[in-house]
Structures are given as C-alpha cells and as structure tokens.
Write a protein that binds this ligand. Structure first.
Ligand code: NAP
Length: 404
C-alpha cells in the first residue's frame, strides 16, 4: 500500500511544462507535435501508472443509497495528455481556485493559459507563480479567444459582470467550464444566459483552491463533484470527469448544477463557516460573561475542538470521537446534541430557503460587484481578527509545542 502510494506520487511529480497559448485553429495544427510529445511521455510514464490501476468507476453504498463514484486511476496522465492534446485550457481568474487548478493543470503537462485583468492582484500573483505575460498569461478576452475550453474561475460576481463581453466569444466548438453552478442556475439574477451550441460542464473541488494545490503536491487528490449543464457533443460528461482529474481531484461524485450550488451555498453559510463561527462566538461569550478567562474560554471552545476532537470525527466518525472521550463528556454531549439540533434546524431551513429563492445569490452579486469589495472585506476580516476570541486564539496558538 505504502509503496503503491510512493509510485503514484512519483508518477505525478511535476514536469513544470510551461504551456504556450494557441487559438483553436493553432491548437488543431499543433496536433501532430502534441501527439508525438504525448507518446514520448507515455512511454516513460506508462509503467508507473499501470502499476496502480486498481480502482476506477465504482458503485459505493452510501448508507444504503448506491452512488457511482469516478476515480482518477481511470485517467492516468498520459491518457489526459492524449485526450486534451488539441485543447488550450483558458483559465479565467486567478483567485484561490485559479491558483490551485491552474498550477495542477500545468504540472500535469496540459496546455493551460491564464486570463486575468492586467496589473490586478491576480496578474501579479500569476507572475509570481511563473506564468509569463504573452506566453501563458493574457488579459481575459485574449485568453478566451485562444482557448478551446474556457474555465471560468472569476469570482461569481465577476462572472455576471463580465458576461456581456465573454458571451460573444463562446462560439460553437468551445466548452465552458465552471467550478460552481451559481452563474447558470441563477441566470435570472446573474444574466449568464449560455449559448445553446456549446458544452457546459462543472467540476467543483470540495475545498479551498489552496487545498486543491497542497493535496496534489502531496500526491493525493481532493474530493470533487462534477455535472453537465449542456451536452451538445455527447462528450460533455467524459470531458467533465477528465478535467476534474486533470485539476487534481481524487474522487468525483456526480451531481447537477442545481444541487451543487444549493448544497454549496447552504454548507458554507452553515456548518462549514458561518454556522460554526456563530456557535464558537455564542459559547465563548457565555463563558466570558460567566467569569472565565479568555484562555480558558478559547481552549474550551476552539482549541480542543480543532486540535483534538474534530480531527477524530474526520478520521473515524462521531461515534468514534464520543468513544474516545470520558463517559461524563459522552453522556452530556449525547443529551445536548438533540437540544442543539432542535434549536438550529429551523435556522437551517430558513437558510436553505434563502439559498433556493436566490436571496443569497442576490446578496453576493450586489456586494461582490462593488469596486471596493476587497477593501470592504478586509475591514470585516480586520474586525474578526480583533475580536477577543481570536486575539486570545493567537496567544494560545503561539504556545503550541510546534510554535515554540
Ligand atoms: N474558493 C473556494 O474555496 C472555492 C471552492 C469551490 C469552488 N469555487 C468557485 O470557483 C470560482 C472561483 O472562486 P475563487 O475563490 O477562486 O475566486 P474569487 O476570489 O471569488 O475570485 C477572484 C478572481 O476574480 C477576479 N475578478 C474579480 N472581479 C473581477 C472583475 N470585475 N473583472 C475581472 N476579474 C475580476 C479577480 O481578479 P483581480 O485580482 O484582478 O481582482 C480574481 O482573479 C467561483 O465560481 C467559486 O464559487 C471556489
């Protein structure tokens, strides 16, 4: 098992090929050269991948419900290179996902170019990551015109804002890719009305683009979901899966654009981010109001959760975490979880309604379209950073053995 993992890691080791941009026509002319290059690479890499071809498409029983899961071992690197040999992947936007997906595609040897605003924060970051202006870094329109697969990783608000300029360039034969169902699903609000003659696919990594990158570099892969919005070529599903593997996912779950966007907006506002922050704050404030010190309140609210108990849930589930704690803790936790569930379920139902009705989308579009959205977020994050709980957290973290 361990040696198979090592073999896989070595096989994924970056080649750091810097891809050049090309128009779709030029991409076709490149076919012969790419095919020769790909076949040479395949000769070198094939045995390593062949050694780990043990998994693939699987039907898994998820608590009694069978679901099909797609796994990257069906798409070894040489197959990806062959599959995308005529394509230029124009990745638009270089935020967290653009960074992770773009670098992974580049390291996988695919022909990827970046499109961002000249001299914006992303342009500078892309240069720091080794993208070269005029070679594989372009302005958005220029990149789209060179791409056969347009990977729209602009912020969701920017996808809506820039759509009038992007739409005319999405001519027949191109493929449009998203990492979120937001723009097409809420098209009444976003105005992203997609031409009917192109394939439209989605791959949404289940995590930050930073993790997409760090897991890839570690030879692992993040979980992701994929979906098809429009299939005019009959190849859309296959393309979505192949691209999902190429950007660095390990397992891919099939979904729809609607289900992806509803569950994603709901989850990040709930247990993943907003809900958990609200719960931390409520618990911390009560402890402080009842006379506990900042360090005690922080340790009992955040530190023990993130450092000890949540990783146990992640590793083996809730029952395992309960079993790893004292009978006193277990009794109270099991009793109180029902009360928390009863109190919170109406809030989660309100949240789901707000997502489905488009209220969350409207809010996101309005706020994130403001020219000074970055400054405004920085002000809000500064306020959070300065809350007593997180200042106490900084002091507690500095005392961790690894930070001494
Ligand atoms: N982050 C995640 O964890 C995550 C996970 C899964 C899926 N997704 C999805 O992936 C997509 C990208 O998200 P992200 O978090 O990587 O990026 P993001 O931070 O939301 O967006 C950043 C990018 O949008 C560009 N941008 C913003 N306003 C623009 C405008 N008016 N014109 C042109 N460019 C503009 C920025 O360029 P400048 O630097 O020039 O401003 C930057 O390159 C979204 O659909 C998101 O929902 C994100």
């Amino acid at each position: 098992m361990a040696s198979a993992t090592r073999v896989f890691t070595r096989a994924l080791r970056p080649l750091a090929r810097q891809a050049g941009g090309a128009t779709p026509r030029a991409a076709a002319q490149r076919t012969f050269v790419s095919a020769v290059a790909a076949s040479k690479r395949a000769v070198v890499a094939a045995p390593k991948f062949a050694a780990v071809q043990t998994r693939g498409v699987k039907t898994i029983d998820f608590a009694g419900v069978p679901e099909t899961v797609y796994e990257r071992s069906d798409w070894p690197r040489e197959k990806l290179l062959e599959y995308f040999k005529n394509d230029t992947l124009a990745l638009i936007g270089y935020g967290s996902q653009g960074h992770g997906q773009g670098l992974n595609l580049r390291d996988n040897g695919l022909n990827v170019i970046i499109g961002v605003r000249r001299n914006g924060a992303s342009w500078k970051e892309a240069i720091e990551d080794g993208w070269v202006p005029g070679k594989n870094l372009f302005e958005v329109d220029d990149a789209i015109s060179r791409g056969t697969i347009v990977m729209n990783l602009l912020s969701d608000a920017a996808q809506s804002e820039t759509w009038p300029a992007i739409k005319p360039q999405l001519v027949k034969g191109k493929t449009l890719y998203f990492s979120h169902g937001f723009s097409p699903v809420f098209k009444d609000l976003t105005k992203v009305d997609i031409p009917e003659d192109i394939d439209v696919i989605l791959c949404a990594p289940k995590g930050s683009g930073r993790t997409v990158r760090s897991l890839f570099k570690a030879g692992k892969g993040i979980n992701g979901s994929f979906a098809v919005w429009q299939d005019v070529t009959g190849q859309a599903k296959e393309k979505a899966i192949a691209l999902g593997v190429a950007i660095g996912t390990g397992y891919l779950y099939e979904t729809t654009f609607e289900k992806e966007v509803y569950s994603d907006l709901y989850g990040e506002r709930g247990c993943l981010m907003g809900g958990i922050h609200g719960m931390f704050l409520a618990q911390y404030e009560v402890l402080r109001e009842r006379g506990h010190s900042p360090s005690e309140a922080f340790n009992e609210t955040v530190e023990e959760a993130t450092q000890s108990l949540y990783p146990l849930i992640g590793a083996n589930g809730m029952d395992w975490m309960y079993a790893a704690c004292s009978t006193t803790a277990r009794r109270g936790a099991i009793d109180w979880s029902d009360k928390f569930k009863a109190a919170l379920k109406p809030v989660f139902n309100d949240l789901y309604n707000s997502v489905k009705e488009g209220t969350e989308t409207k809010r996101s579009l309005e706020y994130n379209s403001q020219p000074d959205y970055r400054e405004k977020y920085e002000k809000e994050l500064e306020e959070i950073r300065n809350l007593e709980i997180w200042r106490a957290g900084k002091a507690v973290r500095s005392l961790r053995p690894e930070n001494n």
